[in-house]
Design a protein around this ligand. Structure first.
Ligand SMILES: C[S@@+](CC[C@H](N)C(=O)[O-])C[C@H]1O[C@@H](n2cnc3c(N)ncnc32)[C@H](O)[C@@H]1O
Length: 279
């Protein structure tokens, strides 16, 4: 292992200062980890997560959009493998799940598939470093998605991913953590521009078009103490993130309606997803 304690601190890498390890402030990767049934979280994270899933505010844990989102991501990766995609950049990858992380799904089909994970969070970085130790054709990079060039030009990324060949860029449950003042449209455009023809863009995003307005407002407020903000957006705006790429069937839909497995749970109404191809 070649890294030391320095990765637990913040640090200036590229254009932005990256967040430090801080167990006293709720953080999105750990909240999401708890919602998916993981153990890599603290009491402060669980407190926020419980607010999000309380029946009073919500419709029950089993339908919670975190699960709907993760299942979408897994189906999207399988779909892209079927389309012949053999390079993935998973931006805002989150803490690893117990199974079915992107490289695990891809390598079960073709071990030559190259997978780059990206997140700005120090714990995510450490967990992926451990998981990927000795796994060929994988890398994890610590960088801020709001500065896409820091990712696309990162030497560890360019050593693995050939951007002149088709790639899938996954922005799954990421963009709702990028507030308007950080120009999410500009961020996505930079990723779209870097993609070769035949590449795919995968987006999932929490929406305020489905839920009642008071619930949507309360959901955003629940993130006030969290390191990441939460910006729910209407479907039209989420559609616009794809620019002039062509949405594959069934288009922009609820997560549970995108190529559902037979045992898919009904959509939560909070999550909009799509996969688009660059002509
Ligand atoms: C909800 S998790 C999504 C994990 C995974 N993509 C999935 O859908 O299962 C969001 C992740 O985005 C990361 N994130 C949020 N803002 C980011 C930014 N500006 N740059 C890089 N990562 C970011 C968080 O650290 C967190 O791990």
């Amino acid at each position: 292992m070649s890294w030391g304690p320095a990765i637990y601190t913040g640090g200036y890498v590229g254009e932005r200062t990256l967040p430090s390890f801080d167990p006293s402030t709720p953080a999105e990767p750990r909240i999401y980890n708890y919602l998916l049934g993981g153990k890599d979280n603290f009491a402060v994270d669980r407190e926020v997560a419980e607010k999000l899933v309380s029946k009073r505010r919500y419709i029950g844990r089993w339908q919670y959009p975190a699960i709907e989102n993760r299942r979408f991501l897994e189906r999207a990766v399988r779909y892209l493998m079927e389309q012949g995609i053999r390079q993935f950049i998973d931006v805002g990858c989150g803490l690893p799940t117990e199974k079915d992380n992107v490289h695990q799904i891809a390598h079960a089909i073709d071990p030559e598939t190259r997978v780059a994970y990206v997140d700005y969070d120090p714990e995510v970085y450490v967990h992926f470093r451990t998981l990927l130790d000795g796994v060929p054709n994988t890398v994890v990079i610590r960088a801020d998605a709001r500065s896409p060039k820091d990712i696309l030009d990162h030497p560890d990324l360019t050593a693995l991913i050939d951007l002149s060949e088709p790639v899938a860029i996954l922005l799954v449950a990421l963009l709702h953590h990028i507030p308007d003042e950080d120009d999410p449209e500009g961020v996505v455009a930079c990723f779209r521009d870097a993609m070769a023809p035949g590449s795919h863009l995968v987006i999932s995003h929490m929406t305020n078009d489905g839920p009642p307005p008071t619930s949507a407002a309360r959901f955003e407020q629940a993130f006030e103490t969290v390191r990441e903000s939460m910006t729910l957006r209407p479907r039209d705006r989420i559609r616009s993130f794809f620019g002039d790429l062509e949405l594959v069937e069934p288009g922009l839909v609820d997560g549970g309606h995108w190529h559902p497995d037979e045992d898919e749970t009904p959509p939560s109404n909070w999550l909009v997803v799509g996969v688009a191809k660059k002509p």
